[in-house]
Design a protein. Structure first.
Length: 465
């Protein structure tokens, strides 16, 4: 909390959550209204559509309930409360999804499962080998950026050879990641805002959808949060062990998503430069060069490992997602989805059910785009250099997704969304500390933004009915 008193006026240090309540009220109203519209328009379109829509209604209501509980029921939020809340809610939702998967196709893999089945089969094979031959066996057939996921699965299968055990450990990873996000948030906003921020991100539908599969993003997020937290710990407390852990976690990201390591280095470099030497024109210009260079590096790395290595192929796939033809439509939709979303799909075609499972959490993410972009303006206007690393990570992530035309792939958004949530909740806490007149004006802007985002989501979903 001491850091807050340095960067913002004293009246900011208030743990009121009126704007969080406004956000949650709009979330439940707009989400259920859109679900109702889509239910009547799309009930007979595709197989499983109405079942997925009803499942999304359950997730929306339960998500709203959990966020309200974290908002009202924890006057003194702490890590223990956070761990139990995130763990048990994730366990419930993952259990429901696993039951649905098993009922649908007789195993516990998600719809259209490819990567997780690959990691599962490799893990079972490599678990019977010594570690070095196992790594050589993997690298002889696959890229090194999937090695981390294969080793993670292999390690778990040494103990219990079961897909559900991998899912359970994914939940454990998500629980500890939420604690790290809470610790980071506490440095930049009141505790209750940091608590709600961590709950909002790690109990969202896209997190437990990832946790219910054998994908690598759960342990990847733990490493990302861990490396960033240890950097902050070293910077503010000069703990040498923190520096060692930061390098260890950061280097491990090379085995999961190399482009994110480039983004992480750039964001921390810009933050250290401007925070230490000020926001002079020379330093800002040098920072822009750093961002451009590392953005190109991260985008190029992602392009090399992307499924869609050519721009033309990317446009073709994106036309299929948007249900529209034309390069311009695909590009504009990609920009919107990168900066505001991904945009949620409450309905799904029979071969795209996975997209619908993200919808309940993505609805809140789209609404949070409003305080996020207002927070970006606030950070730039007041030169709040403490937030520059969050800003760089968020903008580089969005820019890279636009460049490689992968803005509809939820997994790629997870590299920057935690930092986007931090900026959004920081802005909400900032507005709560303003004078009554300024607060009212900002509240109206937020209200208009939420309504505009809800209309955008509605029109996005109407394209497929």
């Amino acid at each position: 909390m001491l850091l807050l008193q340095v960067i913002l006026p004293v009246n900011f240090i208030k743990e009121k959550l009126e704007l969080v309540k406004q956000l949650l009220d709009r979330y439940i109203i707009y989400s259920l209204a859109i679900c109702l519209v889509m239910f009547f328009l799309g009930i007979d379109i595709w197989m499983y559509t109405w079942q997925l829509l009803l499942l999304n209604v359950f997730f929306i209501v339960s998500y709203f309930t959990i966020l309200n509980k974290s908002h009202f029921s924890f006057p003194y939020p702490n890590e223990k409360s956070l761990k139990w809340l995130v763990f048990f809610y994730s366990l419930l939702c993952v259990f429901i999804l696993n039951l649905m998967f098993f009922y649908h196709h007789g195993d516990f893999f998600q719809f259209q499962s490819l990567d997780e089945k690959l990691y599962d089969s490799l893990g079972r094979e490599m678990a019977n080998m010594p570690i070095v031959p196992a790594i050589e066996y993997f690298l002889g057939m696959h890229r090194y950026d999937d090695l981390g996921a294969a080793l993670y699965t292999t390690f778990l299968y040494y103990f219990i050879d079961d897909t559900l055990f991998v899912n359970f450990m994914n939940i454990v990873c998500g629980t500890f990641s939420s604690v790290l996000l809470f610790r980071i948030g506490k440095l930049f906003m009141p505790y209750r805002y940091a608590f709600v921020c961590a709950v909002a991100f790690f109990t969202s539908s896209y997190i437990f959808r990832i946790e219910s599969s054998g994908l690598k993003e759960s342990v990847f997020l733990l490493l990302l949060m861990g490396s960033y937290y240890q950097v902050l710990r070293f910077y503010y407390r000069r703990k040498k062990t923190a520096l060692i852990l930061a390098f260890t976690f950061g280097a491990s990201l090379m085995l999961f998503r190399p482009s994110v390591l480039a983004m992480l280095i750039a964001s921390i470099g810009v933050w250290l430069l401007l925070n230490r030497y000020g926001s002079s024109f020379r330093n800002v210009s040098f920072s822009v060069i750093i961002i451009v260079v590392f953005l190109f590096m991260s985008s190029s790395l992602e392009r090399m490992t992307s499924r869609f290595s050519s721009f033309e192929k990317s446009v073709e796939i994106r036309e299929d997602v948007t249900q529209e033809s034309g390069e311009d439509v695909a590009i504009y939709a990609a920009i919107l989805s990168s900066t505001l979303g991904p945009l949620p799909n409450l309905l799904a075609r029979e071969d795209k059910e996975n997209n619908s499972l993200y919808a309940s959490g993505l609805m809140l993410r789209v609404l949070l785009a409003v305080p996020f972009w207002l927070g970006v303006l606030l950070i730039m206007r007041h030169r709040l250099s403490q937030f520059y690393s969050f800003l760089v990570m968020s903008l580089m992530g969005m820019g890279a997704l636009i460049y490689i035309m992968e803005s509809y792939e939820m997994r790629y958004h997870l590299t920057h969304l935690p930092f986007t949530y931090l900026i959004a909740f920081f802005y909400l806490s900032y507005v709560n500390g303003l004078s009554a007149k300024k607060k009212k004006r900002n509240t109206r802007v937020l209200e208009f933004g939420y309504f505009a985002c809800a209309l955008l989501v509605l029109f996005w979903n109407l394209r497929i009915v």
